[in-house]
Design a protein around this ligand. Structure first.
Ligand code: DON
Length: 317
C-alpha cells in the first residue's frame, strides 16, 4: 500500500500500521524458521523455530500487532538496553571511562579485542560491555536486579518476570562470559566479584517479555525520552538520542554495518530471536522469530523490521 506520511503523523489512531504489519508478516512468511535457534544456552534450544510475532508502538500511545506478539520470549541481549538506561539514570560517575562507544566488528562474546584493549569493552552492547554495566549497577544500587526489573516492568506496564530456568541454564554453560568477566577483573575494570556480577547479567538476560511489551517499554526512545502514553520523561533528550546512536552502531554486533545499510534504523537484537527497532519521532517496533543467522540475529525478525521500513518509507536517513 502507498502510505501518506503526513496522514500517518496527523491521525492519532491511524490504522495504517495494522495493514502494514499484515503485509510485513506475509513478506517474511518464508523466512520464518530459516536459521538456527540458539542452543548454546540449553534452555533456549527447546523454543520452536517456526514462530513469528511483531508489534509497533506509535507516538500516540497506540499498539499494533501481528502474529504471536503476545507470546513471551527470552529477551537476552535486548536487556542490555534496559541496563544501560538504568545506569544512565542512576550512575553518577563517568560510565564512558569503563566502556567504549565504538562498534566492535567482532562477535558479541569475543575475547580477542578485550585483551588488546586492556579490559575496556568496545561498547555496552557486547557481552563484556554489559557485564561492566552490571558491575556499575552493583556498585551504585543496593538491589540492582530488583531495580532493573522494576524499571522494565514500569516501562512495559506489566510485571516482567525473570525465567529462573533460563538464567540457571546459561550460568551452568556460560564459560565464555566467565572468561570475559575474569579478564576484565584482572585488568581492574570489574569492581565486584566476577561471579556475583555474572549472576546479575545472566538474570537480566533471562527477562521474559512479548513483542508487545518490548515495543511498549522502549517507545520513549522514539519520542525524545518521553513515554508518549504517560507523558513521563524516562531520559533527557540527549541521553535518549545517544542510546539510539549506540543501537544503530553497535546493537547488532558484527552485523551492525549490514543492518545500518539494509535496515537503516537503530536496532537491538537478542539470541532469543527478538529485535527492537526505533524510528525516532515515529515508532518503536519489535519483531520476534527464534531462528538466528550466524551473527546471532533473527533472520525473519531482521527481514520484518527491514520490510516495515521499506513499506512505510520511514527511516533515520
Ligand atoms: O551472554 C550471552 O551470550 C547471552 N545471554 C546474550 C547474547 C545475545 O543475546 C546476543 N544477541 N544477539
Amino acid at each position: 500500500m502507498d502510505i501518506d506520511l503526513a496522514d500517518l503523523r496527523a491521525h492519532p489512531s491511524s490504522d495504517v500500521f495494522e495493514e502494514v504489519l499484515a503485509e510485513v508478516a506475509d513478506d517474511v512468511r518464508e523466512l520464518v524458521g530459516v536459521g538456527e535457534v540458539a542452543d548454546y544456552i540449553p534452555a533456549l534450544a527447546r523454543v520452536p523455530a517456526d514462530r513469528f510475532g511483531m508489534a509497533v508502538a506509535d507516538l500516540h500511545g497506540d499498539l499494533h500487532t501481528v502474529g504471536e506478539a503476545d507470546r513471551p520470549f527470552s529477551i537476552q541481549s535486548i536487556s542490555k538496553v534496559f541496563s544501560l538506561i538504568l545506569a544512565t539514570q542512576r550512575f553518577e560517575g563517568d560510565l564512558w571511562d569503563r566502556v567504549g562507544r565504538e562498534p566492535s566488528g567482532d562477535p558479541f562474546n569475543s575475547l580477542v579485542q578485550l585483551e588488546h584493549e586492556c579490559g575496556v569493552p568496545r561498547n555496552p552492547f557486547i557481552n563484556a560491555g554489559a557485564i561492566v554495566i552490571a558491575d556499575v549497577l552493583s556498585s551504585c544500587l543496593a538491589d540492582p536486579l530488583g531495580e532493573l526489573v522494576a524499571l522494565v516492568s514500569e516501562l512495559a506496564g506489566a510485571e516482567i518476570p525473570i525465567d529462573g530456568e533460563v538464567a540457571r541454564s546459561e550460568a551452568s554453560t556460560g564459560y565464555r562470559n566467565r572468561s570475559l568477566a575474569n579478564l576484565m577483573k584482572a585488568f581492574g575494570n570489574i569492581q565486584g566479584e566476577p561471579d556475583d556480577v555474572l549472576d546479575i547479567y545472566f538474570a537480566q538476560c533471562a527477562l521474559t517479555m512479548s513483542a508487545r511489551q518490548l515495543a511498549t517499554a522502549l517507545r520513549f526512545l522514539a519520542n525524545d525520552g518521553v513515554d508518549p502514553a504517560s507523558g513521563h520523561r524516562v531520559l533527557d533528550v540527549e541521553k535518549a538520542r545517544r542510546i539510539n546512536a549506540l543501537m544503530l552502531t553497535c546493537g547488532t554486533y558484527d552485523a551492525a554495518g549490514e543492518f545500518a545499510f539494509r535496515v537503516g534504523i537503530p536496532c537491538k537484537s537478542g539470541v532469543g530471536g527478538g529485535i527492537v527497532g526505533v524510528i525516532p519521532h515515529h515508532l518503536t517496533a519489535c519483531a520476534w522469530s527464534p531462528a538466528l543467522d550466524r551473527t546471532g540475529n533473527s533472520v525473519a525478525g531482521r527481514a520484518a523490521i527491514e520490510q516495515l521500513v521499506e513499506r512505510t518509507g520511514l527511516s533515520v536517513f
